[in-house]
Design a binder for this molecule. Structure first.
Ligand SMILES: *Cc1c(COP(=O)(O)O)cnc(C)c1O
Length: 356
């Protein structure tokens, strides 16, 4: 069934706005939710009427397949308000496409681009006053789809629910992190679901991450599942390494999530004339670079924090520090990206998307 080009979105506004109870000068990350949400159900082989409704609990049968088989995928994006109060998204179609890439892998029906984009824009219009304007703050947007159809039978559901919920959020930056290079556990494997933003991928990371935290680290660097010799991701972020002045990142594969921030950094770095290599990075090479002083930087890249600098890493029983660096690539990329996101700089790549 073909969905009409511009779906008609029914809007039901709340009678009890919570906005006056929110301290916008002291926002946590992802803990406060706006007055409305976008919702669209899938049944009888098609997506149903898309709606913006008051933010509310959802009711599910205990046998809904999401609870038993983890059939769910999500996205993470942000809306930014510039100094004139205009609202911007950053490469939103990348998230829309990726949601469907993830859905396909989890046997979830794909969502038409129009429902995603029109629903998102309508929700942002209704909750516009919730988009923070202060430096570093933004509206974190969480689109997700899950199996709402039921049955204690390990097979795809016949009903799904797509929701977009939003959270006005302060800066994600939690200082520099020390990371542990994982030698036992894996977040993904060849032929697996690592490239999908599937809920279960993150549940599987919690336990190994807790073990790393118990050892005094904040995050895990995931390595390839066969040899644990090549670094792949930093927690739920893509990984970058700077050796001398060369910027390195692992190539995407079915084990690695294709991050929008990663892609954007590669474009910016190329544009700045930085020497970039997208290739496998071995732990041996990293340890050698740390020992001979050529390892200048390591950082994670993702929508929430943009860039999360790494101050050192643990490998086997040793730890290696990465000395503080002035005018780091990490700082430069973060400034470049956020200047585009907040409409403070020219957008030569055409990444900004105005919500009117
Ligand atoms: C979401 C995510 C990223 C970063 O993707 P962005 O599009 O930059 O936000 C990287 N790795 C994993 C595992 C992720 O889930």
């Amino acid at each position: 069934m073909q969905v009409e080009m511009k779906p008609v979105i029914r809007v039901e506004k709340t009678k009890n706005s919570k906005i006056s109870q929110v301290d916008f000068s002291n926002l946590p990350f992802g803990k406060v939710y706006t007055d409305h949400m976008f919702i669209c159900d899938y049944k009888d082989g098609q997506w149903q009427e898309p709606k913006v409704i008051p933010y509310q609990n959802i009711s599910l049968d205990p046998s809904a397949k999401i609870f038993h088989y983890g059939q769910s995928v999500f996205e993470g994006m942000k809306a930014y308000k510039d100094k004139d109060g205009k609202v911007w998204l950053f490469r939103p179609l990348e998230n829309q496409k990726r949601l469907n890439i993830s859905s396909k892998r989890l046997a979830i029906p794909e969502l038409p681009e129009e429902i995603f984009m029109e629903g998102l824009k309508e929700l942002l219009k209704v909750d516009k006053n919730w988009i923070p304007q202060s430096e570093g703050s933004s509206l974190y947007i969480r689109p997700f789809v899950f199996a709402s159809g039921n049955g204690f039978h390990a097979s795809p559901a016949d009903k799904y629910t797509f929701i977009i919920a939003c959270s006005p959020s302060g800066s994600y930056f939690a200082g520099k992190v020390k990371v542990l290079i994982e030698q036992t556990y894996s977040r993904s494997a060849n032929g697996g679901v690592g490239y999908a933003k599937a809920g279960g991928n993150y549940a599987g990371q919690f336990y190994p991450t807790q073990l790393a935290v118990d050892k005094g680290f904040q995050q895990v660097i995931w390595t390839d599942d066969t040899s644990h010799e090549y670094i792949e991701e930093a927690g739920a972020m893509n990984i970058f390494v700077r050796i001398n002045d060369t910027l390195l990142t692992a190539p995407t594969s079915d084990r690695i999530l294709d991050g929008v921030t990663r892609k954007s950094i590669l474009d910016i770095a190329n544009d700045m004339g930085i020497d970039v290599e997208v290739r496998k990075i071995s732990v041996t090479e990293l340890v050698e670079a740390a020992q001979n002083g050529s390892l200048k930087e390591m950082f994670g890249a993702g929508t929430a924090a943009v860039i999360s600098p790494i101050s050192g890493f643990g490998y086997q029983d040793k730890t290696f520090d990465i000395p503080e660096l002035k005018n780091s690539y990490a700082e430069q990329f973060k400034k470049h990206i956020t200047d585009i996101q907040y409409n403070r700089a020219q957008d030569k790549f055409g990444w900004r998307y105005e919500v009117k």
